[in-house]
Ligand binder design. Structure first.
Ligand SMILES: *Cc1c(COP(=O)(O)O)cnc(C)c1O
Length: 416
């Protein structure tokens, strides 16, 4: 977060004032700090250096090609969850042998594309999927690496929508069924069952759930006498949005290192939020300030279609003015909302907020992960532009969508 801060009452990303960017590129505008992206990636890399891990950045957290390129240049592999992400990853220039692919619903086409590309391995989430990958690999005369995604039935103590490791979740395979898969692996003639994958959830702030899961995995490996090439711990490392006290990458690594040493396999990590969450912010412009009986509504040009996390998870994002004009605060609690026709359209609720007026700019912090990548065209709103700041330079890395873009794929059909 250090690269996003006030200098003399003006909010900066690295050495560029956000007001300048908001003026030049308009709002809603995503702004990312190059330095923060690289720093966060290297924090994890350093913390786990003993294990020489392959760090596969989770593409779904922010899939802009330029961001993928920055991380690939730093040595990252990529973690994909769809054919589209595989396509973007290859376009970003990552070596296919550094791509891992997870998803509960990989289609035949997606499996074929991944096999042809020559990815490192599939993270497999069910027996039918395993059989399907084996069948398609045979047809293509290829041998595929597969890591079994284990659902360890541990509680990652995070929001229920981003919990992926309890037995009632759709992800992964329970230990008993996984044991049966490994003991019958000979029947998958075109697969190397040589890895185990865990991804227990997201925004996890403590090491304990990972330790619980790893202990179960170690017991499982011993009991089933399995030889592994890869142990993939997934992502999920939590960050500060509000007043969380997440573990640092270093303390996390320290806490789980003794367990990792018991597993003789190459370590893979799949961080997304940890790298991108606090590497990006979302600038918005105030349209109106509306005084209602119990609340004040600050209505901005930025809405749930631009940043869905508050609506989807009731996630908290700190919001601050781009310029601190005065020390005055609104008297009533403030809801910061967008123009979309949904009561769930808000960026922040019941905040004590600096007095602002129409035309002022705000900035939503911690919006770099699951921000733009979850955005949509709901209410026929063109999606935001994205800018990358590097020192005192800045680059438009995605142009704002236009009204023409909104109709580009709607077909004009005669006779209806
Ligand atoms: C989403 C996802 C990640 C990244 O999770 P973060 O919480 O952003 O680190 C990693 N691996 C898999 C399989 C995922 O689905």
């Amino acid at each position: 977060m250090h690269e996003f801060k006030y200098k003399k009452n003006k909010f900066y990303c690295e050495d560029v004032a956000l007001e300048k960017l908001a003026g030049e590129f308009k709002t809603p505008l995503y702004v990312y700090s190059h330095k923060t992206i690289v720093d966060h990636f290297n924090k994890i890399k350093r913390a786990f250096s003993e294990f020489k891990p392959l760090i596969c950045y989770s593409v779904k957290s922010n899939a802009n090609l330029n961001i993928l390129r920055i991380l690939v240049k730093e040595g990252a592999g990529l973690d994909v969850v769809s054919g589209g992400e595989l396509y973007k990853s290859l376009k970003a220039g990552v070596k296919p042998s550094k791509i891992v692919y997870a998803s509960v619903g990989k289609t035949d086409e997606e499996i074929q594309e991944a096999l042809k590309a020559g990815i490192l391995f599939f993270n497999v989430e069910s027996v039918p999927e395993l059989e399907n990958i084996n069948r398609i690999a045979k047809k293509l005369k290829k041998k595929a690496n597969a890591a079994i995604r284990i659902n360890p039935d541990v509680d990652p103590e995070t929001h229920e929508y981003i919990t992926t490791s309890k037995k009632e979740n759709k992800f992964g395979i329970d230990l008993k069924a996984a044991g049966e898969i490994f003991s019958s692996m000979d029947k998958y003639e075109c697969l190397n069952l040589n890895g185990i994958h865990l991804h227990i959830g997201s925004q996890i702030t403590k090491a304990k759930p990972y330790k619980d899961a790893l202990k179960k995995i170690i017991g499982f490996i011993k009991a089933n006498k399995i030889n592994l090439d890869y142990i993939n711990l997934g992502g999920g490392l939590g960050i500060v949005y509000d007043n969380e006290k997440p573990q640092t990458a270093e303390s996390f690594a320290k806490a789980i290192a003794p367990l990792l040493r018991k597993i003789n396999a190459r370590l893979i990590l799949e961080p997304g939020r940890f790298i991108m969450g606090n590497s990006g912010v979302l600038a918005a412009k105030v349209i109106y300030v509306k005084d209602a009986p119990t609340k004040t509504f600050v209505i901005t040009d930025t809405a749930m279609n631009d940043l869905m996390r508050p609506s989807l998870y009731r996630a908290f994002h700190a919001i601050v003015p781009l310029r601190k004009k005065s020390r005055l605060y609104f008297k009533k609690p403030v809801d910061i909302v967008g123009p979309v026709c949904e009561t769930g359209d808000f960026l922040g609720k019941s905040r004590k907020f600096h007095k602002v007026e129409g035309g002022d700019f705000l900035v939503v912090l911690g919006a770099g992960a699951y921000g733009f990548s979850m955005s949509s065209n709901y209410n026929a709103r063109p999606r935001a532009a994205e800018v990358l700041v590097k020192g005192n330079k800045y680059y438009l890395i995605r142009k704002r969508e236009t009204y023409q873009d909104l109709i580009a794929t709607d077909l004009k059909v005669k006779g209806i």
